[in-house]
Design a binder for this molecule. Structure first.
Ligand SMILES: NC(=O)c1ccc[n+]([C@@H]2O[C@H](COP(=O)([O-])OP(=O)(O)OC[C@H]3O[C@@H](n4cnc5c(N)ncnc54)[C@H](OP(=O)(O)O)[C@@H]3O)[C@@H](O)[C@H]2O)c1
Length: 301
């Protein structure tokens, strides 16, 4: 089928596009730089600058991943607005696309899997978090809620909407691990603050498999926690990564240092949620990498 992907050029999107192409789907990617990203995408991908350029191409399914990187720079008021707008605007265009296709020939895309993040729940201390846990109100929550609220409007045009609240995506060549590996390889790694904050994580391959699962299963809609069934605290993550690399991790970074260096953005490192993928498991999704040990062994060889 024809699948339209926003953020297809990114860390998750590139792997997703490869898997979709292998499964025989036709790819349509929205990118701010169609020429620049061509080499990162499978040959034959139809790349256009804006969502609404695809009205004539009638996608049957949508995966919505685009957005300014949450850790790109300090969260000034301006940057917070940019984080929100870069997601809400393109998601709004997707809703308009669904509306236009439904009005033109009664054929809105069948399904939209739309991004969200563990930040939806905000800081949850050490309580176990499922899709039903009430969120803690803070910037990360408001960002994800806005992103989800806009996406949900596609349902009014007959499109099934699944929202994927993703944990830290782990794999070689990008994401969190690309930032953590250099100090850890030098034996300069350590926990952040107390280390008691939870870091829900997911292997990139399992995240892409979960997206394909949600695209296919017509009975699934609403929010899904996109993280492995065994989340770890930051201290456990630190220990497991150091062990895998056969290096010591003796250099904790005090919370005050992170707060001074990063401002409010330090909450990404110092707070978290013990997030469990209850709805994916209930639906029968099978994680290939359920524990951090299995994921890191695969990624780090
Ligand atoms: N990686 C993680 O650990 C993680 C965890 C939780 C949630 N997520 C969310 O999942 C989504 C995909 O993650 P990812 O790691 O693949 O992200 P990524 O590598 O940063 O890619 C996101 C894509 O969004 C587009 N983009 C970037 N800035 C933009 C802006 N200001 N306005 C419009 N589009 C912009 C870019 O595409 P073009 O340059 O081609 O336009 C980029 O390739 C993101 O929205 C992210 O917030 C990721």
């Amino acid at each position: 089928m024809r699948v339209l992907i926003t953020g297809g050029s990114g860390f998750v999107g590139q792997r997703l596009c490869r898997r979709l192409e292998e499964a025989g789907h036709r790819l349509q990617v929205v990118s701010r730089d169609p020429q620049g990203v061509r080499s990162r995408l499978p040959a034959g991908t139809d790349i256009r600058r804006s969502v609404l350029d695809f009205v004539d191409a009638r996608p049957a399914a949508i995966v919505n991943l685009a957005g300014e990187s949450i850790a790109a720079r300090r969260w000034s008021d301006r940057q917070k607005q940019r984080l929100i707008d870069s997601r809400a605007d393109i998601t709004r265009d997707l809703v308009i696309l669904c509306e236009q296709l439904a009005a033109a020939n009664g054929e809105a895309p069948r399904v939209m899997v739309s991004g969200s993040a563990m930040g939806y729940y905000g800081d949850q201390g050490d309580r176990e978090v499922t899709e039903e846990t009430p969120p803690h109100d803070e910037f990360a929550h408001r960002l994800c809620k806005r992103w989800e609220d806009v996406a949900k409007e596609a349902a009014e045009h007959g499109t099934r909407v699944a929202l994927l609240r993703t944990g830290l995506v782990l794999d070689a060549g990008g994401g969190t691990l690309a930032k953590m590996l250099p100090p850890f390889k030098l034996g300069l790694g350590g926990r952040f603050g107390s280390g008691r904050q939870f870091m829900p994580w997911i292997h990139r391959e399992d995240l892409v498999r979960a997206i394909l699962f949600l695209l296919e299963r017509d009975d699934l809609e609403g929010p899904f926690n996109g993280s492995a069934p065994h989340p770890v605290t930051n201290a456990e993550f630190t220990r497991t990564l150091a062990k895998q690399l056969k290096r010591p991790a003796l250099f904790p970074v005090p919370a005050v240092v992170l707060q001074a260096a990063l401002g409010e953005m330090s909450r990404l490192l110092l707070t978290g949620a013990d997030m469990r993928p209850r709805r994916l498991l209930d639906a029968g999704f099978d994680f290939r990498f359920p524990t951090l040990e299995t994921a890191l062994a695969d990624i780090l060889g």
